[in-house]
Design a protein around this ligand. Sequence first.
Ligand SMILES: [Zn+2]
Length: 372
Amino acid sequence: MKHANGHDVIQLFEQFAPKKFAMDGDPVGLQIGRLNGPVKNVLVALDVLEDVVDEAIEKDAQLIIAHHPSVYRPLKNMATDTPQGRLIEKCIRHGIAVYAAHTNLDIAEGGVNDLLAEALGLRDTEVLSPLFEDKLRKLVVFVPVSHEEAVRTALGNAGAGAIGNYSHCSFSARGTGRFLPGEGTNPFLGEAGKLEAADETRVETIYPASIEKQVLASMLEAHPYEEVAYDIYPVVNEGRKFGLGRIGEIEQEMALRDFAEHVKKTLEVPALRVVGNLDEKVKKVAVLGGDGNKYFAEAKKAGADVFVTGDFYYHNAHDALALGLNVVDPGHNVEKVMKKGVAAYMRKACREHQLDVRFIASEVNTDPFQFL
Ligand SMILES: [Zn+2]
């Protein structure tokens, strides 16, 4: 096991929740401190409140990975007699870096919304509000027959040819490749200045554009030619969608009243608000962690019987009633599922990369609301 610094940890984290997923203007990334210091313990938190910083100090954490940015609006000053200034000062004085992953963690596969959908037992989940598509591309490469297997394997291992639950998908056809090696070349087949005809295989496969670099690098490494002939085509097949919220079905339909109880129990909240007919049966569920006010019409359009989200407004509740959409609002704080979820993901990632780092899910309850 190797010692790690903040950069090592964040590099792995950003493979999970890339910054490019964040919505415009969302201040994700390093917010306080520095990443080039050693990191032994990381505290994963929903909010960075003073109690959370105290917990980080107590648990000897050098880094806090938080969902909600601690510096959200531009600071007007750094006076340390304000709550925010005091918090920043405390972090810096104790050498604690704060890194925020907000909408990028909502959107990420396995992020906040997937964790909520999983907790609620949703199946066959899809993205509720797609924001990006990882466009598909086709690669055609001409390989000497002796190396076709090696190139196909390299492509598959790099992630090309993944269709549904199948991997390493490709198609091959034999043919003749012709080339005239020029002066100063060192051809794998034939010799400089002599027209060559070689038995070659045309190997074709598809891949999402986001992994193009690794797909091409693996293909070129397994290919024996000095100059590899290959073509990349855009395709119109739908690529994987990334976005906010998830929609899926619970195993057994149940009355809204029972579903609300299920949400209360699984998301561990003392109380929640319900909009709709408590006796109506629900099966198709849309979920959007945090404030999903902007998305309730989309949930209805996607066929949801009930929409689970936080911070739901009074007037939106009237509109949802008029639309015939049930809403369960367990509060914004249910995003706390990210604490254990991110810690578990990062524990595994660091183990795989032989990094000696501990991840601790914060135990501080940061819900500002109490129910009397
Ligand atoms: Zn939130």
